[in-house]
Design a protein around this ligand. Structure first.
Ligand code: FE2
Length: 216
């Protein structure tokens, strides 16, 4: 992925967040976190990209997205979709959970590509920004992390669970996960693409809720 394409994708997300704040229809908690994310992104040096984190990873999730292409209808997030869609096979997808017996192929069917963060082309240890992809008919099991997480659904309507409440979230939905809340997602026949931002402790990895202390 070229640094310019990465910056364009990041800018599409920033512009969307800025527009959502200007429209003034978000909950106070989401509005406060969007302001926090935008202020932290303002501190990132976009003049230099670490190109080793822009190399395409060739992750098998790409095949999941191509076999069942995400819908590209005009939605509130169409500009973000258009920025990422031509780059899906060029993104630095990765997956870092420990293997699980009940979902042996999960690491091939979902992944995320980070563009801003501690391990990303544009470095920050205060904010992460990236894209999560989940293939069709997959449960991303219950997990948690100390970072505050904001998701923006770009394409695909999945079931989102947090604090034991489940809702179907369409493109354009903003979902806020406070630090350490347990959450999960489950796709149906269409894959999910969602932009995400992390703030707070962005260095501690997410773990499954049922992972024991040995990380098994
Ligand atoms: Fe999360």
């Amino acid at each position: 992925m070229s640094p310019l394409a990465a910056i364009e994708a990041i800018e599409a997300i920033r512009a969307h967040f800025t527009g959502r704040l200007a429209a003034n229809r978000e909950t106070p908690a989401i509005a406060a976190e969007l302001r926090n994310i935008l202020a932290l992104l303002d501190t990132v040096d976009f003049s230099h990209a670490d190109e080793k984190h822009l190399r395409p990873s060739g992750h098998p999730v790409i095949r999941q997205l191509q076999q069942t292409p995400p819908r590209s209808e005009e939605t509130a997030t169409a500009a973000i979709f258009r920025a990422f869609q031509p780059q899906l096979d060029a993104l630095p997808w990765r997956f870092s959970y420990t293997p699980r017996i009940d979902a042996p192929d999960i690491g091939e069917r979902m992944a995320w590509a980070e563009l801003v963060g501690p391990i990303a082309p544009f470095h920050s240890n205060k904010v992460c920004l990236g894209l999560t992809a989940i293939g069709p008919r997959l449960l991303y099991p219950r997990h948690y992390h100390p970072a505050v997480e904001t998701y923006l659904v770009v394409s695909g309507t999945a079931a989102w669970t947090a604090a034991n409440l489940t809702r179907r979230a369409p493109p354009g939905a903003l979902i806020l996960h406070p630090a350490n809340i347990v959450h999960a997602m489950e796709t149906s026949d269409e894959p999910l693409l969602a932009a995400y931002a992390w703030t707070g402790d962005v260095e501690t990895l997410s773990v499954y809720e049922d992972e024991d202390e040995d990380g098994q």
